[in-house]
Design a binder for this molecule. Structure first.
Ligand code: NAD
Ligand code: TYD
Length: 355
């Protein structure tokens, strides 16, 4: 079996669902259930003996050690993290605790477990750390896309905490020989994406008749990857990745934010037109920019393609259409995640909406 951490969040839940749709190898899912963790994401697995959910912290080395000894997984895939840049600006401490200290304790527990394995079990074991392209910093308009050897230059408390965790993972390989793999992926989108992030926030606000807050001039560029393509990349790296290596994952879909927002609006105009016949884009509102906002990310994923034959299956056009349709079909999910805590965050972050 495999042990997944953070498997009740956006990417982790998609990964667990995809994994169990494709094979019968059981998954132990360790998740703290922070505001971003949601068991409703895994509701379709209710009663499925292949999925064991454990609520807990990756920083609890004793708990992790117990799970490892009890279940003897052949791999651990670490999704657990604080993941939202804007929240890291308002309050970096949780990011330091989970992404750095938590990853350290997780690595220690895994080192102790792996140290006790022998023969084929020891040879086969893998620790796969899921990271982000944001660790590489920001690109200028004409710069080449990030390769795995690009300098690590994180600019936000979130990306700095992820970069620190990547360094720890690397060090555990070099120092202790721990069989690690690291993936650095671009911005994901798709089902179960918490509506604090750009794409789901725009869909949810548009349908609620609320302003669509675009930071600064809206010309910041991100590379977008449909979440299921990220999941397939992780599976590929787990199967065939070379130990100690980093694999960049991306969709070759560089787009300015304003284009993303306009695409979402156009899809909603087509699929769920406003009652007054006006375009959703009329709700766009330019707001104050994010402090230290990275201008451009772009991922060069050729290593993953060359070494492991991975390519994304979705184009941006097909993926974003699927995503908008998913949100339209899951109004109950959206309603449930908009808890009191969610409304508090929106109140704090978007208190002074105009630019
Ligand atoms: P998310 O915020 O949606 O989910 C994170 C999950 O981790 C939640 O279920 C949460 O409850 C859990 N968690 C948080 N702290 C924990 C702790 N201390 N112990 C155990 N569980 C804990 O995040 P996501 O978007 O699914 O991202 C998953 C991973 O992928 C993160 O490591 C993130 O840095 C990375 N990543 C995300 C993106 C993206 O676009 N979302 C892109 C590249 C990489
Ligand atoms: P986000 O989804 O938070 O991901 P990240 O910051 O990790 O890339 O934001 C994606 C881009 O969208 C980023 O450039 C910030 C911008 N953005 C807005 O313009 N308005 C918003 O309300 C949000 C949440 C993000």
């Amino acid at each position: 079996m495999i042990l997944v951490t953070g498997g009740a969040g956006f990417i982790g839940a998609n990964f667990v669902l995809d994994w169990l749709a494709q094979c019968d190898e059981p998954v132990v899912n360790l998740d703290k259930l922070t505001y971003a963790g949601n068991l409703e994401n895994l509701a379709s697995l209710k009663g499925d003996a292949r999925h064991v959910f454990v609520q807990g912290d990756i920083g609890d080395a004793e708990l992790v050690g117990r799970l490892l000894t009890q279940y003897r997984p052949r791999a651990l895939i670490n999704f657990a993290a604080e993941s939202h840049v804007d929240r890291s600006i308002h309050g970096p401490e949780d990011f330091i605790q989970t992404n750095i200290v938590g990853t350290f304790h997780l690595l220690e527990a895994v080192r102790a477990y792996w140290g006790g394995l022998q023969g084929a079990e020891r040879e086969a074991f893998r620790f796969l750390h899921v990271s982000t392209d944001e660790v590489y910093g920001s690109l200028g308009p004409g710069d080449a896309a990030f390769t795995e050897t690009h300098r690590v230059e994180p600019n936000s408390p979130y990306s700095a905490s992820k970069a620190a965790s990547d360094h720890l993972v690397r060090a555990y390989h070099h120092t202790y020989g721990l069989p690690v793999l690291t993936t650095n992926c671009s911005n994901n989108y798709g089902p179960f994406h918490f509506p604090e992030k750009l794409i789901p926030l725009m869909i949810v606000n548009a349908l609620a008749g609320k302003p669509l807050p675009v930071y600064g001039d809206g010309m910041q560029i991100r590379d977008w990857l449909y979440v299921k393509d990220h999941c397939s990349a992780i599976r590929r790296v787990l199967e065939g990745g070379r130990l100690g290596e980093i694999y960049n994952v991306g969709g070759w879909n560089e787009k300015p934010n304003i284009e993303i927002v306009n695409t979402v609006c156009a899809l909603l105009d087509e699929l769920r037109p406003r009652a007054d016949g006006q375009p959703y884009a009329s709700q766009i509102s330019y707001v104050k920019d994010r402090p230290g906002h990275d201008r451009r990310y772009a991922i060069d994923a050729r290593k993953l393609e060359r070494e492991l034959g991975w390519k994304p299956a979705e184009t941006f056009e097909s993926g974003i259409r699927k995503t908008v349709m998913w949100y339209l079909a899951h109004a109950d999910w959206v309603e449930h995640v908009q808890s009191g805590a969610y409304r508090e965050w929106v109140g704090l972050q978007y208190a002074s909406p105009s630019a």
